[in-house]
Every structure is written in C-alpha cells, then in structure tokens.
Design a binder for this molecule. Structure first.
Ligand code: THU
Length: 140
C-alpha cells in the first residue's frame, strides 16, 4: 500500500484475526510506533455490555504505555470493510496525550487497499489538555 509503513501494516494484518467483535462483526486492528521505535498492537475487544467495548487504537496505545513508552510517533488503523475509518473521538483524545498534532495517522482498508492519511491535529484540532487548577482560578 502506497506510502504506508510496511511494518505497521504487517503487524495489523497479523493481529486483526484476534479482534473480538462478536456483536458488531466489525474487526479493527491498530499498530503504533512508539518513541523507542518499537511497534505495539491492539484489536477491538467488545463486551456483552456494549458500552464497555474498547477500540483497537486505545488497546495499542495502552500496550505501549504499559511497556514504558510515553510517545506515540505513528498510528495505523486497519479494517476489513471497504472504506478506511478514522479513530473515534475517545481514541483521538487518548492519542493526543502521547502524540503531537503532527503525528501521522494512517487509515487503511485491508480488503480494498484504500488508504487515508491525516495528521492528528487535523482529526482532533482542539484536544483537551488539563493545565491544572490555575487555569480555572485565572477565570475567577
Ligand atoms: N472501533 C475501533 O476499534 N476503532 C475505531 O476506530 C472505530 C470503532 C470498534 C469498536 C467496536 O468494537 C466496533 O469497532 C464497532 O464500533
């Protein structure tokens, strides 16, 4: 796939079979390159209590952070449906904690080969940042 980091794509292809999506049937895999250069993976994990479902991207980021990483440099999200999908709002916010607005997000369809590439700052232009209670006090 044109312009997509091959190693991230290979890892996503490898792991998407482990996606646990018995309710939606929509399997997602994510591979992220962290600050150390290592690649971490995730799949969506659904739950019979639907709202407890977690997306592939957050699993990948949390895997990286649990391994000691604190920076996410590149993100790939892969689906089997015809059209690529962007990370959901919750995942974008989680990504923003460890990335910069320049971080590249590759969205790919494994079945059609379609690729959409965007910067995190385009997908979530105004990420929430907690700046401490000082921010609130200054408005009082
Ligand atoms: N999902 C992801 O894993 N990542 C996305 O970017 C979009 C949505 C999952 C959550 C749920 O298991 C299924 O896709 C349908 O929403």
């Amino acid at each position: 796939m044109e312009g997509v980091p091959e190693d991230l794509l290979d890892k996503a292809r490898e792991i998407i079979v482990n996606a646990y999506a018995p309710y939606s049937g929509f399997k997602v895999a994510s591979a992220v390159r962290a600050g150390s250069g290592k690649v971490y993976m995730g799949v969506n994990v659904e739950n019979s209590s639907y709202g407890l479902t977690i997306c592939a991207e957050r699993v990948a980021v949390f895997n990286a952070v649990a391994s000691g990483e604190r920076e996410i440099r590149e993100v790939l999200v892969a689906v089997e449906s015809d059209e690529p999908v962007p990370p959901c709002g919750a995942c974008l916010q989680v990504l923003s904690e460890f990335s910069t607005p320049e971080t590249t997000v590759y969205m790919v369809s494994l079945s059609t080969g379609k690729v959409v590439k965007a910067r995190l700052g385009e997908l979530l232009p105004r990420a929430f940042k907690f700046r401490g209670l000082g921010a609130r006090r200054s408005q009082e």
